[in-house]
Design a protein around this ligand. Structure first.
Ligand code: SAM
Length: 255
């Protein structure tokens, strides 16, 4: 299904969300930088920082056309004063990122963006990587699409370094009145129509709305992540609950 909409995917994402998706990804990357940057002050020799390095090994899982990895690189590679923490965080060096996705069509859209990344066709529930290969895993709007979210969480845990972060940006099943009205009444009216108009694939955009309603609510997703061994660091609600950023950490002493 994603192969069929790949060429219009980015445009429709931005258009249908009124560019909010760009701001949500940016927030997530800035917050991750704050979490990791807190361990990496300018005045601390790198050898004395908990990670001993300013290199970040990044996996953008269900990464599609690579927008999340692109945002991450832009935000991480500049040194910045991170909001909410004292001092200045160093710029990081993002090792060539890995963008992993099931859909070849989506991955084919990575190249024109000239991101320094390897595009790898893979299944999020059974990844071709050894244990503890990555410091950060991003998952933007992918958890809802994999057949088994728990399988994807466990597999992300396996390939993540101890002390590493998994950031899940997702549309979760609506729970409050505003979200129920948005996803059950408004979204089914305009999203499939707009999707059909711009991509010719109405069914893909009907699937988008239905998959949100069928997915877990955010609190149940957090419980599932804890069952898989993660610590929940923060849950950030965007735009009244239209989407959420969930920041998970693999414990420092994890095997
Ligand atoms: C809604 S797109 C998200 C793309 C991108 N992360 C973003 O932020 O816009 C969901 C992606 O998940 C991928 N996907 C679905 N099931 C998958 C699986 N089992 N393994 C890997 N990727 C999968 C799809 O191919 C699609 O590219």
């Amino acid at each position: 299904m994603f192969d069929g909409i790949a060429s219009r995917y980015d445009f429709l994402n931005h258009f249908l969300s009124c560019y909010q998706d760009v701001l949500w990804r940016r927030y997530c990357c800035k917050y991750l930088k704050k979490l990791i940057g807190a361990e990496l002050r300018d005045e601390t020799p790198l050898s004395e920082t908990p990670r001993g390095s300013n290199k970040v090994r990044l996996l953008d899982l269900c990464g599609g056309t690579g927008d999340f990895a692109h945002t991450f690189r832009k935000i991480f590679e500049g040194g910045c004063a991170c909001k909410g923490s004292s001092g200045t965080a160093r710029g990081f060096v993002v090792d060539p990122a890995v963008i992993g996705d099931f859909s070849y069509g989506m991955l084919a859209e990575v190249k024109p963006k000239k991101i320094n990344a390897h595009a790898v066709q893979l299944d999020a529930m059974k990844m071709p990587f050894a244990e503890r290969q990555f410091d950060v895993i991003l998952n933007g709007f992918g958890m809802r699409n994999v057949p088994d979210a728990k399988g994807a969480l466990l597999e992300s845990y396996r390939v993540l370094e101890a002390g590493g972060y998994l950031c899940v940006l997702e549309f979760f099943s609506p729970r409050n009145l505003f979200n129920k009205f948005f996803y059950k009444v408004l979204a089914p009216l305009f999203i499939p129509v707009m999707g059909a108009f711009f991509s010719g694939k109405r069914d893909a955009y009907e699937y988008l709305v239905n998959s949100i309603i069928r997915f877990l609510p955010v609190d149940e997703f957090c419980k599932l992540a804890e069952e898989c061994g993660f610590e929940v660091q923060k849950v950030k609600m965007f735009d009244g609950g239209i989407s959420f950023g969930v920041f998970l950490r693999k414990p420092e002493r994890a095997a």
